[in-house]
Design a protein around this ligand. Structure first.
Ligand SMILES: *[C@@H]1O[C@H](CO)[C@@H](O)[C@H](O)[C@H]1NC(C)=O
Ligand SMILES: *[C@@H]1O[C@H](CO)[C@@H](O)[C@H](O)[C@H]1NC(C)=O
Ligand SMILES: *[C@@H]1O[C@H](CO)[C@@H](O)[C@H](O)[C@H]1NC(C)=O
Length: 189
């Protein structure tokens, strides 16, 4: 065993270790950047349905109950939690009703539909000068809005805050006693 051999073996060993460390580092980095990286949850208002339309023949007692369904889709490998919030319904700019939406935790890579009911009573709408024209024309247009504040968590250390704004244009048809809605949402973080 000459004195030159030991450094050579040492060099090979050192090289292999370095390469292994680099590979491990790259694998970990890739994992963090792809699978573990917190992603935006999707919060969308699916639909607004007309649950009740009371006193159709007496407009002074019109009482409309809307069902609002919000879908929360969490693409993360960790849970997503959002706090209590509310849905606000307005009729052509006049606040008409609101309903609480309870906070929830969506498990990793899961989704939930959250449903809330909003009761709109006619007395809130009468102050708007468009009401009788719209009522006689048979179509009442509302908008609903909701803001969700949430936080996605992966491995307890990777966290992302997300705020989602959801709004819908709702048309209620008096004679058919049904409703149609167009919803959109946007997210900020
Ligand atoms: C409106 O209708 C709902 C459901 O039928 C009922 O629970 C509520 O008491 C009504 N409200 C008014 C003010 O009539
Ligand atoms: C209500 O909304 C519908 C659908 O967006 C629209 O076609 C209609 O013109 C609106 N009616 C009024 C009175 O604004
Ligand atoms: C509402 O009812 C009318 C008449 O029954 C129907 O033509 C229309 O498709 C219905 N709209 C929705 C959104 O269900």
């Amino acid at each position: 065993m000459g004195p030159k051999r030991i450094p050579k073996t040492f060099k090979i060993c050192c090289c292999t270790t370095t390469v292994l460390i680099i590979i491990l580092f790259l694998i970990t980095l890739t994992l963090f950047l792809t699978i573990l990286k917190p992603k935006q949850p999707k919060i969308t208002t699916r639909q607004v349905t007309l649950l009740h339309f009371d006193s159709l023949f007496d407009p002074f007692e019109v009482n409309v109950t809307l069902g609002i369904t919000v879908n929360v889709d969490n693409p993360n490998y960790g849970s997503f939690r959002f706090g209590n919030t509310a849905a606000y319904v307005s009729y052509r700019g006049t606040p008409a009703a609101e309903a609480p939406i309870e906070g929830d935790t969506i498990p990793a890579r899961g989704q939930h539909d959250i449903t809330t009911e909003v009761v709109v009573t006619v007395d809130k709408l009468l102050s708007n000068s468009n009401f009788w024209d719209d009522y006689n024309a048979g179509c009442l247009n509302f908008t609903s809005t909701a803001v969700f504040h949430g936080r996605a968590e992966v491995l307890r250390v990777l966290k992302i805050k997300a705020t989602s704004y959801s709004s819908c244009d709702i048309s209620i048809y008096v004679e058919a006693q049904n409703a149609s809605s167009v919803c959109r949402s946007r997210i900020k973080y």
